[in-house]
Design a protein. Structure first.
Length: 458
């Protein structure tokens, strides 16, 4: 089997894209304050900013939209989604939300108090921010292998069990309202978490009576990694593996814009009835009624179909192989990446690629700027812009251990030739990388600054 098997679909509709010239791209960067989020989509040639809500829906999903029941309460669309949720995840209760961060907000508003801490392998940006917004402390306890770009550990997303046990003992159970685990581990390279690790984390949380929630954005990709890499699961289907994953937990948050294959939507799921009733009240206050949660009925139907499609093995094999193909093409050109490749994205090691740029000059953001300037490609920084923060005890900035540029591949959108173009563009930057300079921030909000910060070149 070639590293990039044929796509298990064919194209029925296409969308034109264009590559504007370098002068126009430079003007776009200036207007955006050198923040890739601020560039108009029509000025982007290949958009690898995120795989969240940017995928192509299937003919079955588009057909499902026409069946959408827009009744305010108790719609048929909700019933169809509820049946899918029960089949895949097995939770007793769930509330739909417009996306994952809304689910995180509800969870934090109900369980988290000021000064409390929430452990995880690695919290991603919105989870981190929702915890900080309520004066909580997000704590990352991923295994040390995650911080070595060249370590090919098959499950680099795993929680470090010793770190978790020590953290609970030091912090105290009363200061930990719930624990989490992110699958796959997006902030640490899209790396999977093993079922052995999930079971062990569950055991530790339950031993200490700490509710256990999974950030399930890319649960299907994680399940397929388990099938490929973990002993005893090669004959299991991704859905069977998913059911086992969630059987060890008390609930989950999910942005369905990832492995749900939709452009909008998410959910908060749980087994505790009291938490469900409280979450329902919060949902009604801020999102919508229990059976639509801020979404149209047609969105609920699209999620119900997309969740099932995301577990299809032919699709998952293609999905992981496309990511591996891009990783191989970058490696052939000596572009340093985080290994092994993750499920939804390739992560370029900006610290190694641009060693002359220190963290406070944002090497990963500088590389994002260069990638757009050189080839009209939009990516995202996962480094000091996204995760550096002030330690209130010492008054010093704490910088993340990795400076990464994430190339997130939208589902069922780009072809092999698009991936080749990305690799060629990196090679062109590599030829002049010593001339790349860092950036300084001229504006930034307190939380989630990477979305709206503005920069100037140094």
């Amino acid at each position: 089997m070639p590293i990039h098997p044929p796509e298990p679909f064919r194209m029925k509709m296409v969308e034109p894209i264009r590559l504007i010239d370098k002068e126009e791209r430079q003007s776009a960067l200036v207007r955006s304050g050198y923040n890739i989020f601020g560039i108009n989509a029509e000025d982007v040639f290949i958009d690898l900013l995120t795989d969240s809500g940017t995928g192509a829906m299937s003919q079955e999903q588009w057909s499902a939209l026409m069946l959408g029941d827009e009744s305010y309460a108790g719609s048929r669309s909700y019933v169809r989604l509820a049946e899918t949720m029960k089949e895949i995840f097995g939770f007793h209760y769930f509330v739909p939300t417009h996306q994952g961060r809304a689910a995180e907000n509800i969870l934090c508003s109900l369980l988290l108090m000021e000064g409390q801490s929430v452990p995880s392998n690695t919290h991603f940006d919105t989870t981190d921010a929702n915890i900080r917004a309520r004066k909580g402390v997000p704590v990352n306890l991923v295994i040390d292998s995650a911080y070595d770009p060249n370590d090919r550990h098959p499950f680099k997303g795993n929680m470090d069990l010793v770190k978790l046990e020590n953290f609970i003992a030091k912090t105290g159970v009363d200061k930990i309202p719930f624990g989490m685990l992110t699958i796959t581990n997006n902030a640490s390279g899209g790396q999977p978490v093993s079922l052995e690790n999930i079971r062990a984390v569950s055991s530790i949380y339950r031993k200490n009576n700490i509710p256990f929630f999974i950030d399930a954005c890319r649960y299907a990709e994680n399940a397929y990694f388990i099938k490929l890499r973990e002993s005893g699961y090669s004959e299991k289907s991704p859905q069977e593996i998913a059911r086992e994953i969630f059987a060890y937990t008390d609930g989950a948050t999910m942005s369905a814009k990832k492995d749900g294959h939709v452009n909008i939507g998410g959910f908060l799921a749980m087994n505790d009835e009291d938490l469900y009733l409280r979450a329902g009240n919060e949902l009604i206050l801020r999102e919508g009624f229990l059976t639509y949660g801020g979404l149209a009925g047609r969105d609920l139907d699209a999620i119900a179909v997309g969740l099932r499609e995301g577990l299809d093995e032919k699709y998952l094999a293609y999905r992981l192989a496309q990511t591996a193909y891009l990783a191989e093409k970058l490696t052939e050109r000596d572009i340093p990446i985080l290994n092994p490749p993750g499920g939804h994205a390739v992560y370029v090691d900006a610290k190694t690629f641009l060693p002359h740029i220190p963290p406070h000059e944002f090497p990963a953001q500088a590389l994002c700027v260069e990638l757009y300037q050189e080839g009209g490609i939009r990516s995202v920084e996962i480094g000091s812009v996204m995760f550096a923060h002030l330690d209130t005890k010492t008054g010093k900035m704490v910088y993340p251990k990795l400076e990464l540029v994430r190339l997130a591949i939208p589902r069922r959108v780009y072809t092999q030739s698009h991936m080749d173009y990305v690799a060629y563009t990196f090679a062109a930057i590599a030829a002049r990388k010593d001339s790349v300079r860092g950036l300084k921030i001229t504006y930034a909000p307190e939380l989630l600054r990477h979305f709206t910060a503005r920069f100037e070149p140094l």
